[in-house]
Design a protein around this ligand. Structure first.
Ligand SMILES: C[S@@+](CC[C@H](N)C(=O)[O-])C[C@H]1O[C@@H](n2cnc3c(N)ncnc32)[C@H](O)[C@@H]1O
Length: 211
C-alpha cells in the first residue's frame, strides 16, 4: 500500500532528544518494569528469508538488537534512533558485533536513505511519534520489501485520564490510535492485547505483513 505524507514537527523531536539525555542513564535499569512484551514480540516474528535485513526504528539502548542477533544470526541488523545519548549506550552494548549498524537520525528524514528490509520493528517507539504517525507508515511502506513484516509492541491506552496526561508529559501518546492504523495499512498476522498493573494501561503486540 502506498501512503503519502510529510513529517514536520521538529520541536517534538528536540524535546524527545533532550528527554533521553537524562533518561538514557536510567533506561535499562528501569524500563523492564513497564515496557512489557518486548521479548515476547521477538518470539512471535515469523520465518524470514535467509540473510534477512532487519530494521529497528527507535532502537534506543539496543536491547532488542542485542537479542535479535541470536534469533537471526545471519541477519544484517540496522538500528535508527534520533537520540545520541541512547545510541551511545547501544554502541557500548553491541561493540563486539559486526552484525549491527547503528544510525543516528530521525526516521523518515531525507538524510536517511536505506535499502529495503524484510522486517521493521517498532518497540515502544510509535507512541512517541506524535502527529507524524501517518508519515511513518508511509516511510515503512517504502522501506519494506513486498511481503515484508512489521513487528510492533507498544502502549495501547489507559482508562485513566491522569495517567494518559502523565504519559503525555513523557512524550508518549496513549490514545489507542496505533493499532487501528496498523490494521489499516498491514495485513494482520498476529495481534495480542494485555493489561498492565490490573488495567492501569493496556499494551499490544502486532505482527503485520505489507502486501
Ligand atoms: C521508549 S524508547 C524505546 C527504545 C527501544 N526500542 C526499546 O524497546 O527499549 C523510544 C526510542 O525512540 C526514539 N525515537 C523517538 N522518535 C524517533 C524518531 N522520530 N526517529 C528515530 N527515533 C526516535 C527515542 O529517541 C527513543 O530512543
Amino acid at each position: 500500500m502506498e501512503i503519502q505524507g510529510t513529517y514536520t514537527d521538529h520541536s517534538h523531536d528536540t524535546n524527545v532528544e533532550k528527554y533521553y539525555r537524562f533518561h538514557s542513564r536510567i533506561y535499562d535499569a528501569t524500563r523492564w518494569s513497564f515496557l512489557f512484551g518486548r521479548d515476547q514480540l521477538l518470539d512471535m516474528i515469523p520465518v524470514l528469508p535467509s540473510q534477512p535485513r532487519i530494521l529497528e526504528v527507535g532502537c534506543g539502548t539496543g536491547k532488542n538488537l542485542d537479542r535479535l542477533q541470536y534469533h537471526f544470526p545471519d541477519a544484517h541488523l540496522v538500528g535508527v534512533d534520533l537520540s545520541p545519548a541512547m545510541l551511545n549506550i547501544a554502541r557500548n552494548k553491541l561493540s563486539d558485533t559486526k552484525q549491527v549498524e547503528l544510525v543516528q537520525a530521525k526516521y523518515g528524514s531525507e538524510e536517511l536513505n536505506l535499502e529495503p528490509f524484510d522486517l521493521i520493528l517498532f518497540s515502544y517507539s510509535l507512541t512517541m511519534f506524535a502527529d507524524g504517525i501517518e508519515d511513518i507508515m508511509a516511510q515503512v511502506s517504502k522501506d519494506l520489501n513486498k511481503r515484508g513484516y512489521v513487528a510492533v509492541v507498544d502502549f495501547n491506552t489507559s482508562p485513566y485520564k491522569w495517567f494518559r496526561q502523565w504519559m503525555g508529559m513523557n512524550h508518549v501518546d496513549l490514545n489507542g490510535h496505533i493499532l487501528p492504523l496498523l490494521n489499516k495499512y498491514y495485513r494482520p498476522v498476529e495481534t495480542q492485547k494485555d493489561d498492565a498493573y490490573l488495567g492501569l494501561w493496556s499494551y499490544f503486540k502486532f505482527i503485520g505483513q505489507y502486501t
